[in-house]
Design a binder for this molecule. Structure first.
Ligand code: FAD
Length: 308
Protein backbone atom coordinates (compact mmCIF):
# COMPACT_ATOMS: atom_id res chain seq x y z
CA UNK A 1 0.00 0.00 0.00
CA UNK A 2 1.35 3.42 -0.90
CA UNK A 3 0.44 5.26 2.26
CA UNK A 4 3.32 6.82 4.06
CA UNK A 5 6.66 5.88 2.71
CA UNK A 6 8.19 9.34 3.03
CA UNK A 7 8.77 9.94 -0.66
CA UNK A 8 5.07 9.78 -1.32
CA UNK A 9 4.35 11.80 1.76
CA UNK A 10 0.96 10.95 3.10
CA UNK A 11 -2.53 9.65 3.09
CA UNK A 12 -3.05 11.73 -0.02
CA UNK A 13 0.47 12.08 -1.24
CA UNK A 14 0.69 8.88 -3.16
CA UNK A 15 -2.73 9.08 -4.57
CA UNK A 16 -2.47 12.54 -5.94
CA UNK A 17 0.40 11.52 -8.17
CA UNK A 18 -1.94 10.21 -10.78
CA UNK A 19 -0.34 7.38 -12.63
CA UNK A 20 0.55 7.19 -16.27
CA UNK A 21 -2.38 5.54 -18.03
CA UNK A 22 -1.18 6.11 -21.57
CA UNK A 23 -1.29 2.38 -22.32
CA UNK A 24 -5.10 2.60 -22.24
CA UNK A 25 -5.39 -0.19 -19.67
CA UNK A 26 -7.81 0.27 -16.77
CA UNK A 27 -6.06 -0.03 -13.43
CA UNK A 28 -6.60 -0.03 -9.71
CA UNK A 29 -3.85 2.24 -8.47
CA UNK A 30 -2.78 4.23 -5.44
CA UNK A 31 -6.15 5.94 -4.91
CA UNK A 32 -7.96 2.62 -4.78
CA UNK A 33 -5.28 1.11 -2.52
CA UNK A 34 -5.44 4.11 -0.19
CA UNK A 35 -9.22 3.91 0.07
CA UNK A 36 -9.13 0.23 0.99
CA UNK A 37 -6.28 0.79 3.41
CA UNK A 38 -7.97 3.79 5.06
CA UNK A 39 -11.27 1.96 5.45
CA UNK A 40 -9.47 -0.91 7.18
CA UNK A 41 -7.56 1.44 9.48
CA UNK A 42 -10.74 3.30 10.36
CA UNK A 43 -12.66 0.17 11.28
CA UNK A 44 -14.78 1.52 14.14
CA UNK A 45 -12.65 4.59 14.87
CA UNK A 46 -10.87 7.18 12.74
CA UNK A 47 -8.57 8.32 15.57
CA UNK A 48 -5.71 5.95 14.72
CA UNK A 49 -5.42 7.03 11.10
CA UNK A 50 -5.62 10.72 11.94
CA UNK A 51 -2.94 10.44 14.61
CA UNK A 52 -0.27 8.81 12.49
CA UNK A 53 2.37 11.38 11.55
CA UNK A 54 2.46 12.15 7.85
CA UNK A 55 -1.19 11.39 7.19
CA UNK A 56 -2.32 15.03 6.95
CA UNK A 57 -4.76 16.32 4.39
CA UNK A 58 -2.24 19.11 3.83
CA UNK A 59 0.09 16.52 2.34
CA UNK A 60 -2.56 15.83 -0.28
CA UNK A 61 -2.74 19.53 -1.06
CA UNK A 62 1.02 19.62 -1.47
CA UNK A 63 0.97 16.63 -3.78
CA UNK A 64 -1.94 17.98 -5.80
CA UNK A 65 -0.69 21.47 -6.51
CA UNK A 66 3.00 21.73 -5.59
CA UNK A 67 5.74 22.11 -8.21
CA UNK A 68 8.55 19.50 -8.32
CA UNK A 69 10.86 21.59 -6.12
CA UNK A 70 8.14 22.02 -3.47
CA UNK A 71 7.22 18.34 -3.65
CA UNK A 72 10.81 17.49 -2.78
CA UNK A 73 11.17 20.18 -0.11
CA UNK A 74 7.99 19.18 1.72
CA UNK A 75 8.21 15.43 1.14
CA UNK A 76 9.00 14.74 4.80
CA UNK A 77 6.45 17.18 6.21
CA UNK A 78 3.37 16.22 8.15
CA UNK A 79 1.01 18.90 6.90
CA UNK A 80 -2.40 19.77 8.30
CA UNK A 81 -4.94 21.59 6.16
CA UNK A 82 -6.52 24.90 7.20
CA UNK A 83 -9.48 26.08 5.17
CA UNK A 84 -12.41 26.47 7.59
CA UNK A 85 -12.88 29.82 9.33
CA UNK A 86 -15.30 30.99 12.02
CA UNK A 87 -17.53 32.46 9.31
CA UNK A 88 -17.02 29.98 6.52
CA UNK A 89 -17.34 26.21 6.37
CA UNK A 90 -19.01 24.46 3.46
CA UNK A 91 -18.54 27.47 1.19
CA UNK A 92 -14.76 27.49 1.10
CA UNK A 93 -14.72 30.22 -1.56
CA UNK A 94 -15.85 32.65 1.16
CA UNK A 95 -12.61 32.57 3.15
CA UNK A 96 -11.30 35.90 4.39
CA UNK A 97 -7.79 34.99 5.58
CA UNK A 98 -5.57 37.27 3.49
CA UNK A 99 -2.13 36.99 1.96
CA UNK A 100 -0.21 40.14 1.04
CA UNK A 101 2.93 40.02 -1.07
CA UNK A 102 5.86 41.82 0.53
CA UNK A 103 9.18 41.35 -1.22
CA UNK A 104 10.16 37.68 -1.02
CA UNK A 105 7.40 36.89 1.46
CA UNK A 106 3.64 36.62 1.77
CA UNK A 107 2.13 38.03 4.95
CA UNK A 108 -0.88 36.11 6.25
CA UNK A 109 -3.63 37.43 8.49
CA UNK A 110 -6.76 35.60 9.62
CA UNK A 111 -8.19 32.81 11.74
CA UNK A 112 -8.67 29.13 10.92
CA UNK A 113 -10.69 26.67 12.96
CA UNK A 114 -11.19 22.90 13.13
CA UNK A 115 -7.70 22.18 11.82
CA UNK A 116 -7.12 18.45 12.22
CA UNK A 117 -3.61 17.85 13.65
CA UNK A 118 -3.15 21.63 13.68
CA UNK A 119 -1.06 21.36 16.82
CA UNK A 120 0.89 18.17 16.17
CA UNK A 121 1.65 18.51 12.47
CA UNK A 122 4.90 20.23 11.55
CA UNK A 123 3.30 22.37 8.84
CA UNK A 124 -0.10 23.72 7.93
CA UNK A 125 -1.36 24.32 4.40
CA UNK A 126 -3.34 27.53 4.73
CA UNK A 127 -5.88 28.76 2.23
CA UNK A 128 -5.79 32.56 1.89
CA UNK A 129 -6.91 35.13 -0.63
CA UNK A 130 -4.52 37.44 -2.44
CA UNK A 131 -7.40 39.80 -3.18
CA UNK A 132 -10.88 39.25 -1.77
CA UNK A 133 -12.39 41.54 -4.44
CA UNK A 134 -11.31 39.19 -7.24
CA UNK A 135 -13.12 36.21 -5.75
CA UNK A 136 -12.24 32.51 -5.91
CA UNK A 137 -9.44 32.86 -8.44
CA UNK A 138 -7.36 34.77 -5.90
CA UNK A 139 -7.42 31.94 -3.36
CA UNK A 140 -4.06 30.25 -2.99
CA UNK A 141 -2.59 27.79 -0.55
CA UNK A 142 0.55 28.39 1.49
CA UNK A 143 2.70 26.01 3.48
CA UNK A 144 3.31 27.54 6.91
CA UNK A 145 5.86 25.61 8.90
CA UNK A 146 5.45 25.08 12.62
CA UNK A 147 7.21 27.77 14.63
CA UNK A 148 6.78 30.49 12.01
CA UNK A 149 6.37 33.76 13.94
CA UNK A 150 2.81 35.05 13.71
CA UNK A 151 1.20 31.59 13.63
CA UNK A 152 -0.38 30.68 16.97
CA UNK A 153 -2.51 27.72 18.01
CA UNK A 154 -5.03 29.51 20.21
CA UNK A 155 -7.35 26.63 21.12
CA UNK A 156 -7.74 22.87 21.00
CA UNK A 157 -11.34 21.71 20.71
CA UNK A 158 -12.76 19.47 23.41
CA UNK A 159 -14.54 16.79 21.41
CA UNK A 160 -16.85 13.90 22.18
CA UNK A 161 -15.22 11.70 19.57
CA UNK A 162 -11.96 11.29 17.58
CA UNK A 163 -10.18 12.34 20.75
CA UNK A 164 -6.90 10.74 19.69
CA UNK A 165 -6.58 13.49 17.10
CA UNK A 166 -6.22 17.19 17.92
CA UNK A 167 -8.50 19.78 16.33
CA UNK A 168 -7.01 23.27 16.54
CA UNK A 169 -7.94 26.90 16.09
CA UNK A 170 -5.02 28.85 14.65
CA UNK A 171 -4.59 32.60 14.35
CA UNK A 172 -2.25 34.22 11.82
CA UNK A 173 -1.08 37.71 12.66
CA UNK A 174 1.31 39.33 10.18
CA UNK A 175 2.68 35.83 9.64
CA UNK A 176 5.50 35.98 7.07
CA UNK A 177 6.01 32.93 4.88
CA UNK A 178 8.61 32.65 2.12
CA UNK A 179 7.11 33.37 -1.31
CA UNK A 180 8.28 29.94 -2.50
CA UNK A 181 5.84 28.36 -0.01
CA UNK A 182 2.87 29.40 -2.16
CA UNK A 183 1.77 26.10 -3.70
CA UNK A 184 1.41 26.07 -7.47
CA UNK A 185 1.25 29.22 -9.54
CA UNK A 186 1.12 32.65 -7.88
CA UNK A 187 -0.74 34.01 -10.93
CA UNK A 188 -4.43 34.75 -10.60
CA UNK A 189 -6.18 32.92 -13.42
CA UNK A 190 -9.79 34.09 -13.51
CA UNK A 191 -10.76 31.38 -16.01
CA UNK A 192 -9.44 28.59 -13.82
CA UNK A 193 -11.13 30.03 -10.72
CA UNK A 194 -9.82 28.13 -7.73
CA UNK A 195 -9.62 24.95 -9.72
CA UNK A 196 -5.99 24.62 -8.62
CA UNK A 197 -6.63 24.41 -4.90
CA UNK A 198 -9.85 22.47 -5.43
CA UNK A 199 -7.95 19.67 -7.19
CA UNK A 200 -6.88 18.64 -3.71
CA UNK A 201 -10.44 17.62 -2.94
CA UNK A 202 -10.79 15.35 -5.95
CA UNK A 203 -8.24 13.15 -4.23
CA UNK A 204 -9.01 13.65 -0.56
CA UNK A 205 -12.79 13.30 -0.66
CA UNK A 206 -12.74 9.55 -1.43
CA UNK A 207 -10.27 9.13 1.45
CA UNK A 208 -12.53 10.96 3.87
CA UNK A 209 -15.46 8.88 2.58
CA UNK A 210 -13.39 5.73 3.23
CA UNK A 211 -12.93 6.83 6.84
CA UNK A 212 -16.70 7.01 7.22
CA UNK A 213 -17.10 3.66 5.47
CA UNK A 214 -14.75 2.05 8.00
CA UNK A 215 -16.87 3.31 10.87
CA UNK A 216 -20.09 2.16 9.18
CA UNK A 217 -18.69 -1.28 8.38
CA UNK A 218 -17.70 -1.86 12.00
CA UNK A 219 -21.02 -0.61 13.36
CA UNK A 220 -22.96 -2.88 11.06
CA UNK A 221 -20.88 -5.96 11.79
CA UNK A 222 -20.94 -5.37 15.54
CA UNK A 223 -24.71 -4.90 15.49
CA UNK A 224 -25.17 -8.16 13.61
CA UNK A 225 -22.91 -9.91 16.12
CA UNK A 226 -24.79 -8.52 19.11
CA UNK A 227 -28.15 -9.49 17.62
CA UNK A 228 -26.93 -12.84 16.34
CA UNK A 229 -29.51 -14.90 18.19
CA UNK A 230 -32.37 -12.56 17.24
CA UNK A 231 -31.88 -12.40 13.48
CA UNK A 232 -31.61 -14.69 10.51
CA UNK A 233 -30.33 -12.82 7.47
CA UNK A 234 -30.80 -15.42 4.73
CA UNK A 235 -31.14 -12.90 1.87
CA UNK A 236 -33.90 -15.04 0.37
CA UNK A 237 -37.04 -14.27 2.39
CA UNK A 238 -38.91 -11.28 0.91
CA UNK A 239 -38.36 -8.17 3.00
CA UNK A 240 -42.06 -7.91 3.94
CA UNK A 241 -41.87 -11.39 5.55
CA UNK A 242 -38.87 -10.74 7.82
CA UNK A 243 -38.67 -9.19 11.27
CA UNK A 244 -38.45 -5.41 11.32
CA UNK A 245 -34.90 -5.63 12.71
CA UNK A 246 -33.88 -7.82 9.77
CA UNK A 247 -35.50 -5.45 7.28
CA UNK A 248 -33.67 -2.55 8.92
CA UNK A 249 -30.35 -4.39 8.68
CA UNK A 250 -30.90 -5.19 5.00
CA UNK A 251 -31.55 -1.52 4.32
CA UNK A 252 -28.48 -0.47 6.27
CA UNK A 253 -26.35 -2.99 4.39
CA UNK A 254 -27.59 -1.60 1.07
CA UNK A 255 -26.83 1.96 2.17
CA UNK A 256 -23.36 1.01 3.37
CA UNK A 257 -22.61 -0.84 0.10
CA UNK A 258 -23.85 2.15 -1.92
CA UNK A 259 -21.48 4.47 -0.07
CA UNK A 260 -18.56 2.04 -0.36
CA UNK A 261 -19.05 1.46 -4.09
CA UNK A 262 -19.43 5.18 -4.82
CA UNK A 263 -16.18 5.75 -2.97
CA UNK A 264 -14.32 3.07 -4.89
CA UNK A 265 -15.72 4.44 -8.15
CA UNK A 266 -14.38 7.93 -7.40
CA UNK A 267 -10.99 6.46 -6.48
CA UNK A 268 -10.93 4.30 -9.60
CA UNK A 269 -11.66 7.37 -11.73
CA UNK A 270 -8.74 9.20 -10.12
CA UNK A 271 -6.46 6.23 -10.79
CA UNK A 272 -7.53 6.21 -14.40
CA UNK A 273 -7.21 9.97 -14.86
CA UNK A 274 -10.89 10.54 -15.37
CA UNK A 275 -12.31 13.84 -14.07
CA UNK A 276 -13.92 12.86 -10.77
CA UNK A 277 -14.88 16.11 -9.00
CA UNK A 278 -18.58 15.23 -9.04
CA UNK A 279 -18.08 11.59 -8.02
CA UNK A 280 -15.60 12.53 -5.29
CA UNK A 281 -18.06 15.08 -3.88
CA UNK A 282 -21.01 12.68 -4.01
CA UNK A 283 -19.14 9.83 -2.34
CA UNK A 284 -17.98 12.02 0.53
CA UNK A 285 -21.41 13.56 1.11
CA UNK A 286 -23.13 10.18 0.85
CA UNK A 287 -20.67 8.22 3.00
CA UNK A 288 -20.71 10.82 5.78
CA UNK A 289 -24.46 11.03 5.89
CA UNK A 290 -24.99 7.27 5.67
CA UNK A 291 -22.50 6.58 8.42
CA UNK A 292 -24.21 9.08 10.66
CA UNK A 293 -27.64 7.57 10.08
CA UNK A 294 -26.35 4.01 10.14
CA UNK A 295 -24.50 4.28 13.46
CA UNK A 296 -27.47 5.96 15.12
CA UNK A 297 -29.79 3.26 13.79
CA UNK A 298 -27.42 0.54 15.03
CA UNK A 299 -27.53 2.02 18.54
CA UNK A 300 -31.29 2.13 18.24
CA UNK A 301 -31.55 -1.50 17.07
CA UNK A 302 -29.21 -2.82 19.74
CA UNK A 303 -30.95 -0.96 22.53
CA UNK A 304 -34.34 -2.19 21.31
CA UNK A 305 -33.50 -5.81 20.52
CA UNK A 306 -30.63 -7.08 22.66
CA UNK A 307 -32.71 -7.65 25.78
CA UNK A 308 -35.81 -8.99 24.05
C1 FAD B 1 -13.62 16.66 13.49
C2 FAD B 1 -13.50 17.72 12.44
C3 FAD B 1 -12.30 17.90 11.76
C4 FAD B 1 -12.18 18.88 10.79
N1 FAD B 1 -10.95 19.05 10.17
C5 FAD B 1 -10.79 20.10 9.33
C6 FAD B 1 -9.50 20.38 8.77
O1 FAD B 1 -8.52 19.63 8.97
N2 FAD B 1 -9.36 21.48 8.02
C7 FAD B 1 -10.41 22.32 7.74
O2 FAD B 1 -10.20 23.31 7.03
N3 FAD B 1 -11.65 22.07 8.24
C8 FAD B 1 -11.86 20.98 9.02
N4 FAD B 1 -13.10 20.73 9.55
C9 FAD B 1 -14.20 21.64 9.23
C10 FAD B 1 -15.18 21.05 8.27
O3 FAD B 1 -14.62 20.91 7.01
C11 FAD B 1 -16.38 22.00 8.30
O4 FAD B 1 -17.04 21.74 9.50
C12 FAD B 1 -17.25 21.86 7.11
O5 FAD B 1 -16.63 22.48 6.02
C13 FAD B 1 -18.64 22.42 7.35
O6 FAD B 1 -18.55 23.74 7.75
P1 FAD B 1 -19.40 24.30 9.01
O7 FAD B 1 -19.12 23.44 10.18
O8 FAD B 1 -19.15 25.77 9.11
O9 FAD B 1 -20.91 24.05 8.60
P2 FAD B 1 -21.85 24.90 7.60
O10 FAD B 1 -21.11 25.20 6.36
O11 FAD B 1 -22.32 26.11 8.40
O12 FAD B 1 -22.99 23.90 7.38
C14 FAD B 1 -23.95 23.61 8.40
C15 FAD B 1 -25.06 22.78 7.77
O13 FAD B 1 -25.67 23.50 6.68
C16 FAD B 1 -25.61 22.75 5.47
N5 FAD B 1 -25.35 23.64 4.35
C17 FAD B 1 -24.28 24.45 4.20
N6 FAD B 1 -24.40 25.15 3.06
C18 FAD B 1 -25.56 24.76 2.48
C19 FAD B 1 -26.22 25.13 1.29
N7 FAD B 1 -25.72 26.03 0.44
N8 FAD B 1 -27.39 24.53 1.00
C20 FAD B 1 -27.93 23.61 1.85
N9 FAD B 1 -27.34 23.23 3.01
C21 FAD B 1 -26.18 23.80 3.33
C22 FAD B 1 -24.48 21.76 5.66
O14 FAD B 1 -24.67 20.57 4.89
C23 FAD B 1 -24.55 21.47 7.16
O15 FAD B 1 -25.49 20.45 7.40
C24 FAD B 1 -13.28 19.72 10.49
C25 FAD B 1 -14.49 19.54 11.14
C26 FAD B 1 -14.61 18.55 12.09
C27 FAD B 1 -15.94 18.38 12.77
Amino acid sequence: MAMNDGSEGSLGGAATKREDVSDGQARNGANMANCINIQAMCYGDVGLLLSIPGQGLGNSAISAVANPEQLKRFSKSWAAMAITEPNCGSDSSAITTSARKEGDFYVLNGEKIYVTSGERANAVVVWATLDKAIGKAAIKSFVVEKGTPGMEVVRLEKKMGIRASDTAAIVFTECKVPAENLLGSPDIDIKKGFGGVMETFDNTRPFVASMANGVAEAALERTKQLLEDKINLDYRTPINNVKSVEADLYRLEAEYEAARLLTLKAAWMADNRKPNSLDASICKAKAGRITNQLTLKCVDLCSSWIFI
